[in-house]
Design a protein around this ligand. Structure first.
Ligand SMILES: Cc1cc2nc3c(=O)[nH]c(=O)nc-3n(C[C@H](O)[C@H](O)[C@H](O)COP(=O)(O)O)c2cc1C
Length: 453
């Protein structure tokens, strides 16, 4: 049987006649969950989210309800909620679909979550390059305010919460939650030194703050509609619910596909839903979850355990689309932005492009990232410009190893993983390119290709 999408978050998106305005949203059941849930004790809502097993959709996959419980019950300071709509990870474009096409589902999710953690002020931090998204959200908030779903005395409950849309300046590092908080406070977006490890302890204006990805918060609306325990039945153990896969690159039908976690494989997504490779081409590699996740090469084999605990060997096409499935094969789900490359692609160019991105986006606060990203990008560039040396391949790996886990924020890991995986898996290709240049030959020209357009 062919694989099907399971649309929960995107359930109405793309339906003929479905629009972003509040009347349309309410005709489809919108804000009914808020009206019912706001009558319940806030702690019940947190429990529902804990029961659901929802993990964050921003990349790190931290359990949402557990994070909410980090706010001390003894806290007396104001609590803030921040919806992270920075969506700065190249290859990721799921949040934009929600913001543009169903903004009220995000707003309902934000108010429900704010109520659960008893925040009276919520923010949506949206990247500077999304002016349309910011406008749509601001209009939607005004519509929701006019109907009593945002602002004072929401639904007559006595609970009040406002939402402010804040546009970032367009920096990848401001998607990192503490860099984001600094930026929201009006400062340079430098990620904060840890500890404290969680903004739930010390966040915005030194107050407890929950930062969640905007898809995570939108999902809360659907969890509270169906109940946490019901939601937990969707997906696979350790990965509840659905993922919106944003597929870009060399497939017939790039786009976004909402799939129940673990219920389809990479091959089913790419061949059945995305229509397969471009004419005459073969898949060569994927970056599964946004540019910072480790590359997977078609043809490589992985040993994983099946449901009965027996070991079996699978290829990239057989990897289940879930956090545990991808982790078992040495990569990660990240933000589910899958970049597909076929046999026309020069992997050395891909790596150079990726490295240029990270060098540009490193905030420069800590030395390993500032210099590591710079040297990695320089070496990659010289390889692409015919100035490479054979030892450069190991040098790239050594630099990446020295950056990994040694930086203030996870941008250092994000820049190291593509280098490590590309050098491990495409060593032959990188070396062949350098050797051909040293021999004065040029390899078969590859399609010019850019990750950072
Ligand atoms: C360099 C960097 C960039 C990030 N960019 C984003 C982003 O654009 N959107 C996002 O939701 N999370 C991003 N994150 C993850 C956030 O720090 C944080 O984990 C997330 O917003 C928490 O939400 P969640 O638990 O709902 O996933 C980024 C992390 C790093 C290290």
């Amino acid at each position: 049987m062919s694989v099907q999408q399971r649309r929960i978050i995107l359930r109405h998106i793309d339906e003929p006649g479905y629009t972003a305005d509040i009347d349309c949203y309410m005709k489809h059941g919108g804000y009914a969950t808020l009206q019912a849930a706001i009558k319940r004790p806030a702690a019940d809502l947190v429990q529902e989210v804990v029961d659901s097993g929802l993990k964050g959709r921003g990349g790190a996959g931290f359990p949402c309800g557990v994070k909410w419980r980090f706010i001390s019950p003894k806290n007396t300071k104001p609590v803030y909620l921040i919806a992270n709509a920075d969506e700065s990870e190249p290859g990721t474009f799921k949040d934009r679909q929600i913001i543009h096409k169903d903004p009220h589902s995000a707003i309902e999710g934000i108010i429900l979550s704010a109520y659960a953690i008893q925040a009276k002020q919520a923010f949506i931090y949206i990247r500077g390059e999304f002016p349309m998204g910011a406008k749509i959200l601001m209009l939607a908030i005004e519509e929701a305010r006019a109907k009593g779903f945002v602002g004072e005395n929401i639904c007559g409950s006595g609970y009040s919460c406002d939402i402010v849309v804040h546009r970032g300046g367009g920096a990848y590092v401001c998607g990192e939650e503490t860099g984001l908080i600094e930026s929201l406070e009006g400062k340079r977006g430098y990620p904060r030194i840890k500890p404290p490890y969680f903004p739930a302890v010390l966040g915005l204006y030194q107050c407890p703050t929950i930062v969640n990805n905007i898809e995570t918060l939108t999902t809360v609306r659907y969890i509270l509609e169906m109940g946490g325990k019901e939601y937990a039945k969707i997906g696979v153990p350790n990965d509840a619910g659905t993922h919106i896969w944003g597929v870009s690159g060399m497939v017939q039908k790039p786009g976004y596909y909402e799939i129940e976690a673990g219920k389809a494989t990479v091959g089913q997504l790419l061949n059945e839903l995305c229509g397969g490779p471009l004419p005459g081409r073969k898949f060569k590699a994927i970056i599964p979850g946004g540019i910072s996740t480790k590359l997977l090469r078609f043809g490589e084999k992985f040993k994983i355990k099946d449901a009965d605990g027996n070991e079996k060997e699978i290829g990239v096409e057989d990897i289940p689309l879930s956090a545990p499935g991808l982790m078992a094969c040495g990569s990660s789900l990240g933000s589910a932005g899958m970049i597909v490359m076929d046999d026309s692609v020069d992997m050395t160019e891909v790596l150079a492009n990726t490295n240029a991105f990270f060098a540009h986006e490193s905030c420069g606060q800590c030395t390993p990232c500032r210099y590591g990203s710079l040297w990695i990008a320089k070496i990659s560039k010289r390889i692409c410009e015919g100035q490479g040396r054979l030892e450069d391949v190991d040098l790239l790996k050594s630099l990446a190893d020295q950056v990994e886990m040694r930086t203030v924020c996870a941008l250092g890991d994000a820049l190291a993983w593509p280098v490590q995986s590309s050098v491990n898996k495409f060593r032959d290709e990188h070396l062949a390119k350098i050797q051909a240049q040293l021999d004065g030959k040029s390899l078969e020209p590859k399609q010019p290709w850019s990750l950072v357009k």
